[in-house]
Design a protein around this ligand. Structure first.
Ligand code: KG4
Length: 338
């Protein structure tokens, strides 16, 4: 009998639903919330309300695109956390209600594990997948981590940020340049036209495999402040060079720790995931780094880098096959517990 999983994602500001049948993706619908743009960041209460408006149409559309009737579902997988509690509550409550109504199992998914397991979303039977154990560089708006992934359930965090995440570094520096939120994609676009060696920003000296991005942000702000003192049009005159230099520095910080972590944990495969893995510079640098090291690079499709339910359904599929179901009383969790 075939297995069909409905995945539901609502951890931050994207409402998403996806359907996977026997491991193959059949639909992945994402409603991104535009309401936050005016505020320069995600407003939790508005995110929660937008999820409430979006969840029913998004789930209906995912089922329609997949050509699946809800009575054909084997289980519902949902993001339990980490994320914004008000946002998570919407997806969690909806998943519970639907599973209860259909009398099918419920599977909880850790959002960060789902980003790692996005490499197991299959569009075709012969799509390749990373081999365990592999290293994953997970870089998003809320996290920057290096993980050793031994199985779909066994992931060890060997390094993580002690302050800002890589995505925050992109977003906060972009905001200082007057770019809209989220700034990461704007920096990416501008960087393509700039000189990556035009400016030098300070890099952290943190022991081990942990990251820090707050010093870089301060160094970037000082460069803007000093430049504006000399030239009120400093940002306009150097927009692309500032973006390219910032992006180069973030990439160097990220890959420096990956290289050190690989020396301690030698593996043959390196994957990246999370919103920042959509960055063109990061993708090219990881590809070049892996060629140099003679290891295999796993770079996700851009659609699977930001929050999406396809990765939740893929993670849920592994758990469903293991009969790793959860209780209807299970609450969502806001903070990282992996
Ligand atoms: O994984 P994600 O969608 O969710 C959160 O963790 O919130 O990541 C969002 C982050 C934001 O910081 C955004 O600026 C960044 O990913 N991002 C990018 C790019 N696309 C998204 N950063 C740099 N370059 C991009 N192309």
């Amino acid at each position: 009998m075939s297995v069909t999983i409905l995945g539901i994602e609502s951890s931050c500001d994207d409402t998403s639903a996806a359907v996977i049948t026997d491991g193959l993706l059949r639909s992945n619908v994402i409603a991104s919330q535009k309401v936050h743009e005016a505020y320069g960041g995600v407003v939790p209460e508005l995110a929660s309300r937008a999820h409430q408006q979006n969840i029913v149409p998004v789930v209906s559309e995912a089922l329609r695109q997949a050509g699946v009737d809800r009575t054909e579902l084997s289980a519902i997988a949902f993001t339990r956390g980490p994320g914004l509690l008000g946002s998570l509550l919407v997806g969690t409550s909806f998943a519970k209600g639907m599973a209860l109504g259909l009398d099918i199992p419920l599977v909880e998914v850790n959002h960060l594990h789902a980003h790692v397991l996005s490499h197991f979303i299959k569009r075709n039977e012969d799509d390749e997948q990373p081999e365990f154990p592999f290293m994953c560089l997970l870089i998003s708006g809320g996290n920057s981590q290096i993980l050793i992934v031994r199985s779909p359930y066994d992931m060890e965090i060997v390094g993580s940020t002690i302050d800002d995440a890589a995505g925050e570094a992109f977003d906060k520096c972009a905001k200082a340049m007057g770019l809209p939120y989220p700034g990461g994609p704007h920096i990416d676009r501008l960087a393509a036209e700039g000189d990556a060696k035009a400016f030098r920003f300070s890099k952290p000296h943190i022991p081990g495999f942990d990251y820090s991005f707050s010093g870089l942000k301060t160094s970037f702000l000082y460069t803007l402040r000093d430049g504006l003192k000399e030239n009120p049009r400093f940002i306009d005159d150097h927009r692309a060079d500032l973006a390219a230099s910032l992006q180069r520095t973030i990439i160097e910080i990220l890959l420096d720790k990956v290289e050190k972590a690989l020396a301690k944990h030698p593996v043959g495969h390196l994957a990246i995931g999370g919103g920042v893995s959509a960055n063109s510079g990061v993708r090219a640098a990881v590809d070049a780094f892996c060629r140099r090291k003679g290891i295999r690079a796993w770079i996700p499709e851009r659609a699977f880098t930001t929050d999406n339910a396809a990765m939740v359904a893929a993670a849920g599929y592994f758990k469903y096959l293991d009969k790793d179901y959860c209780d209807l009383a299970l609450p969502p969790f806001a903070r990282v517990t992996v």
